[in-house]
Each structure stands twice: as structure tokens, then as C-alpha cells.
Design a protein around this ligand. Structure first.
Ligand SMILES: *[C@@H]1O[C@H](CO)[C@@H](O)[C@H](O)[C@H]1NC(C)=O
Ligand SMILES: *[C@@H]1O[C@H](CO)[C@@H](O)[C@H](O)[C@H]1NC(C)=O
Ligand SMILES: *[C@@H]1O[C@H](CO)[C@@H](O)[C@H](O)[C@H]1NC(C)=O
Ligand SMILES: *[C@@H]1O[C@H](CO)[C@@H](O)[C@H](O)[C@H]1NC(C)=O
Length: 648
């Protein structure tokens, strides 16, 4: 008896002396207020539940990323167009050996055995499986189950977490923590081999920026021609508005991105091409199609909500460019779905969060653990096209600043590689998806109201300074476009998304244009409680293109659609025409567009009419020069071509 007590004491003493002195922790990420759409559930998770923990390591040289990108993208730079190789990009930004060592030794010191820790091949993630108990003590936090108000999905998340001060600057962010990306599936849906409930990630899906025609105007008897472009937009209208040539088969590459279950329908493309008399043979669809993370073209579900976006993007990209090929990145399986990060993983192995085949981390989980899900992962498996257009978005306040900065830096790297990345700017004016606005100034806490008041709610990734954000315009009513007439900001069904970021500072390339806007048109009816009026925030969109009254077919019926979803693929088609000309002249693709566009505003048609109301306000007004709803304006193809052909 005595002996055993003593033995116990001895063991305890050894344990105590083996524990290092506590290191001071600092809060690394937190939500400032409880998010309205999430409620914390009163369920206690077993502290033995195993979760996959991923630590995103701080990369080297990110501070220089802007300058690196300007060096190859600014029209005044002697190195314009000298894009970087994938290997040079990877080497330049890889986390340093010191960073990796410091994070590993922190984990080992706190009791995570070194053989449990893996480093991703790209050397950007440290990963390990941990029990909730271990993760809680490591990050000085508490995991709880949160239920999403509308979807009812349960997620595992924390309010805030901490890391030791000496490793904070070596860590980008840690998942799963504050991001609501580790979903807790209902037990009946998913069990492990022994029948125990297992948690898996469910992706927060990006939202298509498209709206149907609320009036359901019947189109079967309409004659579409240049006299009625104010009511029906067709490729012919766009050609006339932007002085575009007919398509030619060139060497440039261009792909649009679609997120499953969104799917295009070939017979719908055929129907529009035939109805509009375009010289495009039936059966002409996207080529090549890259299926990413088990993506499929699904036909179980049909209708505007799953076919509208893909049909629109492809009808107009192909409609403007044929016989040029237009590619499709179809992303995400039917079970899990995907986010922008999953797509970026497929383009760039060094961004990929999934190495080793069994580590679910950020965003969609691939290999997908759900029955019927994709059993592999796409990591650096797809070469980026020279122009990539995406018509989906999040509210900037849906995601944390850390998460967004990391993704934004990836767009910077794509720019270094010579890729033009375009995103639609949103369809709700100064409000966010669904017309919602922020309860708190600066959208702190990501709480939304129903849109009648509140703070402006900017859209991500449009607020990332390394993408080209495309807003929406419309032909003014009762104007035919047989003569070139200026458009107005879109005020039909949708309002062009635009405003100022609460996360990203203003990039130098737009400082003059945005400075001019504030000097001459400061919207002084608004103060800092309604938007970031510091004149130091990234303004968006950068440019615009028509976004109203597009004629498409959905499930065999011609109909009209609206949205910056149309504007982005149209602008991308224009850039592709320019790339075709540059490649034919022995030059490279244009790459990151913004520095050249802002240095040559007269190559765009300035839009000076209309507003982008939302949040119970008139929003911003389109004015002379750049404005936060139509950017620098719509494409003037001959002028843009001249600018880009004059560059090396
Ligand atoms: C153009 O369409 C309008 C309206 O559908 C029609 O009245 C007009 O005749 C058409 N013009 C031509 C030249 O086809
Ligand atoms: C485009 O092709 C059509 C014939 O399909 C022709 O009528 C038209 O003039 C061409 N447009 C341009 C700008 O070359
Ligand atoms: C406004 O944006 C600037 C630049 O990004 C930032 O420094 C500032 O904190 C923002 N202000 C608010 C109130 O969010
Ligand atoms: C901003 O304007 C609103 C009314 O438009 C007002 O209630 C609020 O006090 C103002 N805030 C500041 C900081 O001036």
C-alpha cells in the first residue's frame, strides 16, 4: 500500500518536472461578436473525438509579393510580361526552415509526438490528428457545436484560439477553429467502420452571382436584333457595344469555373446559338473540361438554380469567341461540394492543403469521406488557363481576414505566373449576397440584417487587390446600340456590387483613380459607420461589362438573366481576344490586368450614370472616372488591344 502510494507520487513528480514552464499565449484569431446565423448548441462533444488539425505556415517574402507582381504586370516596368515559372514562385514563397522547426518544436514540447506530425509536400502545412482535448489545451480554446440558422448544418468551431507568442508570426492560421469549416454530420449519415459517428468537413459553398427574370418575359416570338439590346442582350449586342471582332481560333487559353451541382446543359447552349443565328454547330460545348475533386455534370436536378449560371457563362464565352475553345473547370463532387480553395489547390500543388491522401483540412474534404464521395484529391493536377473567370462570391464578412489574405496571396501568385483572374463583383449593390447588410460597422462579427439598413457588405474575392473585379452595366432604355451609346450602371433586377474592403488596403495601382473619386465625388452622406471611408481601403470593382437582360436557355426555355455573373465571362472573353493577338505576335499573355487598366483608363468606356443602392441607401453613384460600381468602365476593344499590343 505504502509502496504503491510512493510509486504514484514518484511518477507524478517525474511528470511534473517533465512539463516545460508555460509559455505565454496570444490570441491568434477570434470572432469579435457571436455570429447571428450561428447558434451554439448545448451538446458536449467527447474530448476523445479525433479531429484533423492543420497549421498553415507563414510563407516567406509575402511582403514583397505586390512589388514582384508589379514588376511583371505594370506597363511601366521593363520586365512587363516576364512571368515567373511555377518553381520560382514556389521557391520564393516557401516557409523558411526556421518557421517549420519552430512550429514543430512547439507541438513536440506540448506532447504531440513527432511521428504524428506530417509536413505537406509543399512545406506549407503542418498537420496532425488530435483529440479535441489535445487541441483545446494546445490552442487554449474550447470546441463547441454550432448550428447554421438556415441550413441546419452543425459545425465544430471555437470562439477564439491562442498560440505561444514566439510562434505567432510563423503561423498563418489553424483549422478547424473559427472558420466554421468542420461540419458535424448527423450520426445517421456517416459512421466509421465500427459504426461510430464520425465528423467530417462540409464546404461553405460560394454563391452564383446570377438572378432570374422576375417577370418571366416570354421570348419565343421575340426577334433579337440590334434595335432591342436595351431589352435583350445577345452576343451581337455585346460585339457592337464593345467593338469586338468575330471569334477566331487562337492559341490563348480561357476557362470558366463552375461549382457542382451547377451544370451546363448542351441542348440549352445549342438552342440559344440556333435561335440567335450564331454560326456555331450544335454540340459545341466547353473544351477542355477539367473535372476537379470528383466533379460531375449532374442531371438529376434541373432548373434555374443549378443550370442558370453554367449555361450563362458558357453561352456567352463560346458565343463571343467561337471557334476559339473555351474551357470549363468543373469543381467539387456531388456529396461534398467545393470552395475556391479547393479549386486553387488543383491549380497549384504548393497551395494544396491535402497531401498524403488522408488529411481533411480546410474547405471541402478530399478524399471525400462521405459515401459516394470522391476518393482522391486534386492537388496541382490542372494547369491554369491564361484567363480564368469565376461568377461566384462570398461576402467578405463570411470569412476571416486570415483566410482571405491567404487566398488573396494565391491570386498574386497566379498573376506572377501570367494568369488573369476575374471575379464578378456581386449583384446587390453595396449590400451582400441575398441583399443583406452588416449589423456592425466594418462588418465586425459577420452579423447580417435583412438589408433595409446597416453597413455596406463588400464581396470577396472582389476585394482582393490581385483579382480583376467586374461590375455590371446595362444599355439605357430605348437606346438601340446600332450607334455607340454609353451604358449606365446596371439597375435592372440587380445592382452592381461595389464599394470598399474592410480587410484589404488600397493597392498603389488604383490610388490615383480612387483618389480622384474621393476628391471630386466624396459621398459625404455616408460616414465611417456605413463603409470604410478612410480612403485607404481597396475599392472595387475594377471594370464592368453588361449584366442585364441576357438571353439564355434554361432547360429548353429561352429566358432572360441578370448579374455580374454575365459581366465577368464577357470581360474574360475580351481579354482572351487580346491574348490571341499577343500570342500571334510572339508575345506572352497579359497576366494581371489591373496595373495596365488603371494606367490607361481611356481604353475603357467610362460609365457616368446610375447607382448601386442597398442597405436602405442609394449606394454609390457612377461618375466621371473610376467609381465603386462600374470601376473604370466597360471594354473599348480597339483601344484595349492597342494598349496591350504596345507592351512587350
Ligand atoms: C428587330 O426586333 C424588333 C422587335 O422584336 C422588330 O420589331 C424589328 O422588326 C426587328 N428588326 C429587324 C431589322 O429585324
Ligand atoms: C462577323 O461575321 C458575320 C457573319 O457571320 C459578318 O456578317 C460580320 O460582318 C462579321 N463581323 C465582323 C466585325 O467582322
Ligand atoms: C479601413 O481600411 C483601412 C485600410 O485597409 C484599414 O487600415 C482600416 O482599419 C479600415 N477601417 C475600418 C474602420 O475598418
Ligand atoms: C454616422 O451617420 C449616422 C446617420 O447617418 C449617425 O447616426 C452616426 O452617429 C454617424 N456616426 C459618426 C461616427 O459620425
Amino acid at each position: 500500500m505504502k509502496v504503491s502510494v510512493l510509486a504514484t507520487l514518484t511518477v507524478l513528480a517525474v511528470c511534473v518536472s517533465a512539463v516545460p514552464a508555460p509559455v505565454p499565449h496570444v490570441v491568434h484569431e477570434k470572432r469579435s461578436t457571436q455570429m447571428q446565423k450561428w447558434s451554439r448548441r448545448d451538446v458536449k462533444l467527447s474530448r476523445d473525438t479525433i479531429i484533423p488539425v492543420s497549421i498553415g505556415l507563414a510563407q516567406s517574402n509575402l511582403d514583397n509579393g505586390y512589388d514582384f507582381l508589379m514588376d511583371v504586370s505594370h506597363p511601366g516596368s521593363p520586365n512587363f510580361g516576364k512571368h515567373w515559372s511555377t518553381e520560382k514562385i514556389k521557391q520564393t514563397f516557401a516557409p523558411s526552415k526556421d518557421t517549420i522547426a519552430a512550429v514543430k518544436s512547439w507541438l513536440i514540447d506540448t506532447g504531440i509526438d513527432s511521428d504524428r506530425i506530417t509536413l505537406s509536400k509543399s512545406m506549407t502545412w503542418v498537420k496532425f490528428d488530435a483529440t479535441i482535448g489535445e487541441a483545446e489545451s494546445l490552442l487554449k480554446t474550447e470546441y463547441n457545436v454550432y448550428t447554421h440558422a438556415t441550413t441546419g448544418d452543425d459545425f465544430l468551431a471555437v470562439e477564439e484560439y491562442s498560440v505561444p507568442a514566439h510562434v505567432q508570426d510563423k503561423i498563418d492560421f489553424i483549422t478547424p477553429t473559427v472558420h466554421f469549416d468542420l461540419a458535424v454530420k448527423s450520426k445517421s449519415k456517416r459512421t466509421d467502420l465500427e459504426g461510430r459517428a464520425v465528423e467530417t468537413i462540409k464546404t461553405k459553398r460560394p454563391i452564383p452571382q446570377i438572378q432570374p427574370d422576375p417577370l418571366r418575359v416570354p421570348l419565343s416570338s421575340v426577334k433579337f436584333n440590334l434595335t432591342n439590346c436595351d431589352r435583350y442582350i445577345t452576343p451581337e449586342c455585346l460585339q457592337t457595344l464593345y467593338q469586338l471582332p468575330n471569334g477566331t481560333a487562337g492559341a490563348a487559353t480561357y476557362s470558366v469555373v463552375e461549382y457542382t451541382p451547377q451544370t451546363y446543359i448542351q441542348s440549352d447552349l445549342d438552342l440559344v446559338f440556333k435561335t440567335l443565328g450564331l454560326p456555331i454547330p450544335a454540340g459545341t460545348g466547353p473544351s477542355p473540361i477539367d473535372f476537379i475533386d470528383g466533379a460531375v455534370l449532374q442531371f438529376q436536378e434541373e432548373g434555374f438554380n443549378v443550370n442558370g449560371e453554367s449555361n450563362l457563362d458558357l453561352t456567352y464565352a463560346i458565343g463571343l469567341l467561337y471557334p476559339q475553345n473555351v474551357g470549363l473547370y468543373q469543381v467539387g463532387d456531388l456529396v461534398e461540394g467545393a470552395s475556391f480553395n479547393n479549386f486553387l489547390d488543383a491549380l497549384d500543388a504548393s497551395y494544396c492543403t491535402y497531401e498524403g491522401g488522408d488529411d481533411p483540412t480546410e474547405d471541402g474534404v478530399y478524399p471525400d469521406p462521405y459515401p459516394g464521395g470522391y476518393t482522391k484529391q486534386d492537388c496541382g493536377t490542372v494547369a491554369p488557363a491564361q484567363v480564368i473567370s469565376t461568377s461566384y462570391g462570398y461576402n467578405e464578412a463570411d470569412l476571416t481576414a486570415f483566410y482571405e489574405q491567404r487566398q488573396c496571396n494565391e491570386y498574386m501568385k497566379l498573376g506572377l505566373a501570367g494568369v488573369s483572374v476575374l471575379y464578378s463583383s456581386g449583384d446587390y449593390g453595396v449590400a451582400g449576397n441575398g441583399g443583406k447588410c452588416c449589423v456592425n460597422p466594418g462588418c465586425a462579427g459577420g452579423e447580417y440584417n435583412n438589408g433595409g439598413s446597416g453597413s455596406f457588405n463588400p464581396s470577396f474575392p472582389s476585394t482582393c487587390p490581385y483579382v480583376t473585379s467586374v461590375g455590371a452595366t446595362q444599355v439605357k432604355h430605348d437606346y438601340s446600340v446600332t450607334a455607340t451609346k454609353p451604358e449606365a450602371a446596371c439597375e435592372t433586377v440587380i445592382y452592381s456590387g461595389g464599394g470598399f474592403s474592410n480587410v484589404f488596403p488600397m493597392p498603389a495601382y488604383q490610388a490615383d483613380a480612387v483618389g480622384f473619386y474621393f476628391t471630386h465625388h466624396t459621398p459625404d452622406q455616408y460616414n465611417s459607420t456605413i463603409y470604410n471611408d478612410s480612403q485607404k481601403a481597396r475599392g472595387f470593382p475594377d471594370v464592368s461589362a453588361n449584366g442585364a437582360n441576357y438571353v439564355i436557355a434554361v432547360d429548353g426555355t429561352l429566358s432572360l438573366v441578370y448579374g455580374t455573373s454575365a459581366s465577368s465571362p464577357v470581360f474574360g472573353s475580351v481579354v482572351t481576344m487580346i491574348n490571341n493577338e499577343r500570342l500571334a505576335a510572339g508575345k506572352g499573355p497579359v497576366g494581371f490586368l489591373n496595373p495596365t487598366l488603371y494606367a490607361n483608363p481611356s481604353a475603357l468606356n467610362d460609365i457616368t450614370l446610375g447607382d448601386n443602392q442597398g442597405c436602405g441607401t442609394q449606394g454609390f453613384r457612377a461618375v466621371k472616372g473610376w467609381d465603386p460600381l462600374t470601376g473604370l468602365g466597360t471594354p473599348n476593344y480597339p483601344a484595349l488591344l492597342e494598349v496591350f499590343m504596345a507592351l512587350p
